[in-house]
Design a protein around this ligand. Structure first.
Ligand code: AMP
Ligand code: ZN
Length: 471
């Protein structure tokens, strides 16, 4: 049953929470700006992937037929994010002494591996910009016919003065921003915010990636690919576009300008869902800066990638989330408790009681239907697992149903027993401590805990009783 009337999303386009109404009943098209594949994705980029995956999973659980498109940027994204500097792919390839395809291939594989590791569902379409040059040129030609483009020495540019709604999506104040470095100056541009549709190849320097076009040999501007590929796979008017909040001011603004002018639609995209940043204590982490923290870094330090997914679920996607050692460690502990409880309730067989489950299902759905409130939804999951009234069978049913949306793979995840240690002396002290707690001698229990802590031993409560490991 599709209950779309009661789903609400915060839409960047209107700056308000709106009831979700799909363009075509029962179907949803989602476009997500994907990676620029010249380096590994950092865990901030993973947050962006997870936000889109959560959206997708929730809409599927609501009965929608979802078509999800995530592009791969393997050409055209210049170092400055606007229209200046070298192409990130070209630069990385030259530095590594490899072809752009080799670099792209390697980081596409890594991106797919990371997405699988955090249990993101494969999108229906995962198109590469370099496989859609013809579509991009076609879109450019449509814009040219409409009189939106002009030629300067280094390329073909979109004239934003031809599109009065240019500032709408990101509520831009172009007067205030033009001098503030939002866009780099390129000689000959009519307005600072005008952007390249096609850049000419330098005739004196052969690029690794260049194509013929009606305007001359060169390569497409970065923004063009998302308009061209979304239209190819989702049509000229679709439901939801996602991406990190940083993309709204330039990339998404330019996508809207191109698409609305080329396709003659408004709005081109009904709902814009932007995830906030994962924050690293004030330091902007970026592939181009080289200070990247990846999922592999976390795994090397013993974290399960799904513990990072659990970490992600602790914050609403529209709130900044701060990544610290402590918060990751706390999430990892919560995640392993959850996995242990899941493994336990999975053992039980039999039929559940749908009436007993109903209020929890409603609470969970209400949390998710309110602009994907994952922290609240996770709290409902914990209420289920801590409930004194629900049977284990009901706990099992609810846990597995909720996890279809949360994506923690609780149907299969196994507790990592090896993370706990064993030693006859310490095991005996743990037993003594349990006995002390049993007879309510908390002073003695605390004394044993403190003595162990002074040896660097951490106690962990598990469903099978207390365990320990060296901190
Ligand atoms: P990129 O590969 O740099 O083009 O970025 C891919 C996606 O990750 C985009 O949607 C960005 O907006 C998003 N993104 C980049 N940095 C962060 C961050 N620290 N936190 C959350 N999302 C991010
Ligand atoms: Zn895009």
């Amino acid at each position: 049953m599709v209950l779309s009337d009661s789903i609400v999303f915060y839409n960047t386009r209107t700056r308000s929470k709106e009831v979700f109404r799909p363009v075509n009943a029962g179907e949803v098209g989602i476009y997500t700006c994907g990676p620029t594949v010249y380096g590994p994705m950092h865990i901030g980029n993973v947050r962006s992937q997870l936000s889109a995956d959560l959206l997708r999973r929730f809409l599927v659980s609501e009965g929608f037929a979802v078509t999800h498109v995530i592009n791969i940027t393997d050409v055209g994204h210049l170092v400055s994010d606007a229209d200046e500097g070298e192409d990130k792919m070209e630069l990385a390839a030259k530095r590594a002494g490899e072809t752009a395809e080799e670099i792209a291939g390697r980081y596409i594989d890594l991106w797919r591996r990371d997405r699988q590791a955090v249990n993101c569902i494969e999108p229906e379409h995962n198109p590469k910009a370099t496989d859609h040059i013809a579509e991009q040129i076609d879109l450019g030609l449509k814009l040219e016919e409409g009189g939106y483009l002009y030629r300067i020495d280094d390329g073909i540019y979109f004239d934003i003065s031809r599109f009065p709604r240019y500032t709408e999506l990101a509520r831009l104040d172009l007067e205030g921003q033009s001098g503030a470095g939002r866009i780099d100056e390129v000689q000959g541009k009519r307005q600072p915010a005008d952007f390249a549709i096609w850049k000419f190849a330098d005739p004196d320097e052969r690029r690794l990636q260049e194509w013929d076009s009606p305007w001359g040999r060169g390569f497409p501007g970065w923004h063009l690919e998302c308009s061209a590929m979304s239209s190819r796979y989702l049509g000229d008017h679709f439901d939801i576009h996602t991406g990190g909040i940083d993309l709204a001011t330039v990339h998404h603004t330019n996508e809207v300008a191109q698409s609305e002018c080329a396709f003659g639609v408004h709005p081109w995209v009904e709902y814009w869902l932007h995830n906030e940043f994962l924050d690293f204590g004030g330091e902007k982490m970026s592939k181009s800066k080289g200070n990247v923290k990846t999922l592999s870094d976390l795994e090397e330090r013993g974290y399960d990638p799904l513990a990072f997914r659990y970490f992600f679920l602790q914050a609403h996607y529209r709130q900044q989330q701060v990544f610290t050692e402590e918060s990751m460690e706390a999430a990892a502990r919560g995640h392993s408790r959850l996995v242990a409880l899941a493994a336990e309730v999975r053992q039980v067989g039999g039929e559940g009681d749908s009436a007993a489950q109903a209020p929890f299902r409603e609470q969970f759905r209400a949390a998710m239907a309110d602009d994907l409130n994952a922290p609240k939804a996770v709290a409902v999951l914990w209420d289920v697992l801590r409930s004194k009234t629900l049977s284990k069978v009901d706990q099992r049913d609810l846990l597995l149903a909720f996890d279809e949306v949360l994506g923690l793979d609780l149907a299969h995840a196994e507790p990592k027993r090896e993370q706990f240690e064993s030693d006859p002396r310490i095991d005996a002290l743990l037993e003594e401590r349990e006995a002390a707690r049993g007879r309510k001698d908390f002073a003695e229990a605390d004394r044993i805990r403190d003595a162990l802590a002074s040896e660097g031993i951490e106690l962990i409560d598990t469903p099978e009783g207390p365990r320990w490991r060296r901190g």
